[in-house]
Design a protein around this ligand. Structure first.
Ligand SMILES: C=C(O[C@H]1C=CC=C(C(=O)O)[C@@H]1O)C(=O)O
Length: 377
């Protein structure tokens, strides 16, 4: 493992290398010493640790998809470069030289998404389902191959505080997630569940009013509480102490306001790894729902596309079990000149189809802005 300047590391990223950055750390991985395959998150966690031990490698990186059935592969890289946090301005950087896409298609269409939200609220009223996250995919087709490295640089620059990643090749998973699923450093564990959203506005008064309305919204607080409760319940058995603030705080990203709850715990058994803990949490109701099985079923029925790596987890783990795993949201999969963006929102009793459609449209802006595209999908 080599230490390098964070900006040099970012400059060196190009597919098929893997990149992952937080506020305080930048990681670039190259080559594949070994793949770690598993068909569920729990066995992936076990195999990853065994592979790190047997390879004598510093860390494992990669992404785990939403559905277990897709199967997951993490990579033990041949070389790893690590740096500190990247300078981030929050401003848009130089735009990638992209001409607008020749084709834009929402899956489902806007009217169909509103209809699906209505169908889901009916289901919530009639059954034991309390929440499910309904997503849209946005397919963009360009005349030329899209440069992943330019989009990544703008994602990093435009999302201070985000977990920025680029993993794999054909497709490359790219994104800037605001949500920490799990980090472990020694015995200290952290999670930062987010749920409950409002769009940011250029007009400061309107922006402030949106934030105030979000904090005051009983619907959003209920939607948020389901995630926090699930995360706390999953972590508690592993923890000697677990601090869960009683009320969420307002979290700002450049495109969205969210309700967020910073959770911190101290592990009972220091041998439990970050990936084992992340596997115990995944999928939280921030991307699936409550109860999990009913939500997964209704998502499969109502979403007309495969989530791929969207709504999974992405990150790294070292040989001591320390690591950081972000929830794979505000992301896209890029293959040559074709790109699929994903955005979803939690639906609960009282969710409004038009507001929910607008929320997904606002969430797409993380990627669209990084690509210099002005679209309101
Ligand atoms: C599922 C997504 O966001 C989650 C994270 C924050 C807020 C959310 C919400 O308010 O619905 C979602 O649970 C997404 O961005 O695709």
């Amino acid at each position: 493992m080599t230490r390098r300047d964070a900006s040099t590391i970012l400059g060196d990223y190009r597919p098929p290398r893997s990149f992952f950055a937080t506020e305080s750390r930048t990681i670039l991985c190259e080559g594949t010493a070994a793949h770690v395959h598993a068909d569920n998150a729990v066995s992936l966690a076990e195999r990853a640790l065994a592979a790190l031990d047997s390879q004598g490698a510093p860390l494992v990186v990669g992404a785990f998809p939403f559905h277990d059935k897709v199967g997951a592969a993490l990579t033990i890289p041949e070389t790893v470069e690590v740096g500190g946090g990247l300078p981030r301005s929050g401003a848009r950087g130089p735009q990638p030289p992209l001409v607008p896409p020749s084709r834009v298609r929402s899956l489902p269409g806007r009217a169909e998404h509103r209809a699906a939200v209505s169908a889901l609220t009916d289901r919530i009223a009639a059954t034991g389902l309390r929440k499910a996250v309904l997503a849209r995919a946005l397919d963009l087709e360009f005349a030329e191959p899209v440069p992943a490295e330019l989009i990544l640089r703008n994602l990093v620059r435009g999302n201070p505080g985000g977990y920025t990643f680029a993993v794999g090749d054909e497709p490359t998973l790219l994104g800037a997630s605001p949500e920490l699923l799990l980090s472990r450093e020694g015995r200290k564990v952290r999670s930062h569940p987010l749920a409950g959203s409002a769009r940011r506005c250029a007009d400061p008064a309107e922006d402030k009013a949106n934030a105030a309305a979000l904090v005051a919204s009983a619907k959003d607080r209920a939607e948020h509480a389901m995630v926090t409760d699930a995360v706390a319940a999953a972590l508690r058995p592993f923890c000697e102490t677990l601090a869960v603030p009683p009320r969420p705080e307002l979290v700002a990203t450049p495109t969205m306001w969210h309700l967020g709850t910073p959770i911190e715990g101290v592990l009972r058994d220091p041998g439990v790894t970050s990936l084992q803990l992340a596997a115990a949490l995944h999928p939280t109701p921030a991307v699936c729902g409550t109860p999990t099985d009913l939500a997964r079923e209704v998502i499969g029925e109502l979403e007309p596309f495969d989530r791929g790596h969207y709504a999974g987890m992405v990150g790294w783990m070292d040989v001591d079990g320390d690591g950081e795993w972000a929830v794979t949201i505000r992301c896209a999969e890029l293959a040559g000149s074709a790109m699929r963006l994903y955005a979803g929102g939690g639906i609960v009793a009282g969710s409004d189809p038009v507001t929910e459609l607008d929320e997904t449209s606002a969430k797409f802006q993380t990627l669209l802005r990084a690509m210099g595209l002005e679209l309101t999908p």
